[in-house]
Design a protein around this ligand. Structure first.
Ligand SMILES: Nc1ncnc2c1ncn2[C@@H]1O[C@H](COP(=O)(O)OP(=O)(O)OP(=O)(O)O)[C@@H](O)[C@H]1O
Ligand SMILES: [Mg+2]
Length: 287
């Protein structure tokens, strides 16, 4: 396990009239190299949960381990080293760009890690490629870039730190459908090539189905499910009760399967649906 939480509880505003339990006894284990989707309605605790993975928030009670190390252990140096293993991309990260050039913005993290100039440059180039940003932008001011490009710069800045775990909070929010697919495809490539662990917080079941291997479902400050995409989608009725919907196309195939058609019920994307229909026609399953 690369990240483990044990009875993680977090309360905002402890001791004030606004006290709010945002995480209640969450115990989860994230496997090294997995691509995990985190879903749940607004206010269910997703952002609070991931903010614990690089020690931005300190548990009110319970523990968080990264790579086997307790994030809040006494040894401060170890704690800092452990924090670098998790890279967090906040929602709307483009608002946190502040350097004079795109290059310097992407280089900010690696610089803070104390790397040599040569290593920093290598990291910046690698990350620029991963997010699909043209190198001509590196010397420009980040403020001259479009919204989508700024988002890429911000994500590249975290990738440049080569974290073992890359955590992204709604990385596609506010982008047009093409921009969404493009960014998610880049992240998928990053996951495959670096063999790192990726955690993706998203409101979109489709996006999670297309990208993740497993899903954490948050509901009212608790982890309600943590299983493979297939296992979670099999519980469509339970998900519906808490206001979450499985992808439309999955519903269609589950219904077809129930009606007796020999189609797989584990279809999450329109592309998979097309392939499955073609297979059925070829195999003579559908007349
Ligand atoms: N800084 C804060 N002070 C007080 N309460 C907060 C704070 N941040 C979050 N909360 C509350 O904690 C709960 C969990 O919030 P959190 O932001 O983790 O949810 P979320 O699942 O990320 O929601 P969203 O999908 O809207 O991003 C919510 O009830 C929220 O109102
Ligand atoms: Mg959130």
């Amino acid at each position: 396990m690369i990240i483990t939480t044990e009875n993680l509880t977090y309360k905002y505003g402890v001791g004030t009239p606004f006290e709010k339990t945002a995480l209640n006894n969450v115990s989860i284990g994230i496997e090294d190299g997995d691509y995990v989707g985190i879903i749940g309605h607004t206010g269910s605790g997703k952002s609070t949960l991931i903010s614990h993975f690089n020690a931005i928030l300190k548990p009110t009670s319970g523990r968080v381990y990264v790579d086997g190390e307790d994030l809040w252990q006494e040894n401060k140096l170890k704690r800092i080293q452990t924090r670098f293993k998790v890279g967090l991309v906040f929602q709307y990260p483009e608002y946190q760009l502040f350097e004079d050039t795109v290059y310097n913005d992407i280089a900010f993290g690696p610089k803070n890690m104390g790397l040599s100039d040569k290593d920093i440059e290598q990291r910046v180039m690698m990350a620029t490629e991963f997010v699909g940003l043209d190198k001509k932008y590196l010397e420009k001011s980040p403020f001259d870039l479009s919204g989508g490009q700024k988002r890429r710069v911000a994500i590249a800045g975290v990738m440049a730190m080569s974290p073992k775990v890359l955590v992204l909070d709604e990385p596609a929010a506010g982008l047009d459908p093409r921009g969404r697919d493009e960014i998610l495809a880049r992240i998928r490539e990053y996951h495959q090539e670096t063999k790192s662990t990726v955690l993706l917080v998203s409101h979109s079941m489709e996006d999670i189905a297309k990208n993740a291997n497993s899903i954490i479902v948050m509901n009212r400050a608790e982890c309600m499910m943590h299983a493979s995409v297939k296992e979670v989608f099999e519980k469509a009725e339970e998900l519906e009760k808490i206001g979450l919907d499985i992808p439309q196309i999955t519903k269609v195939f589950i219904s077809l399967n129930k009606l007796g058609y020999k189609v797989s019920p584990d279809i999450y994307t329109v592309e998979d649906a097309r392939d499955e229909i073609m297979r059925c026609i070829k195999d003579g399953d559908v007349k």
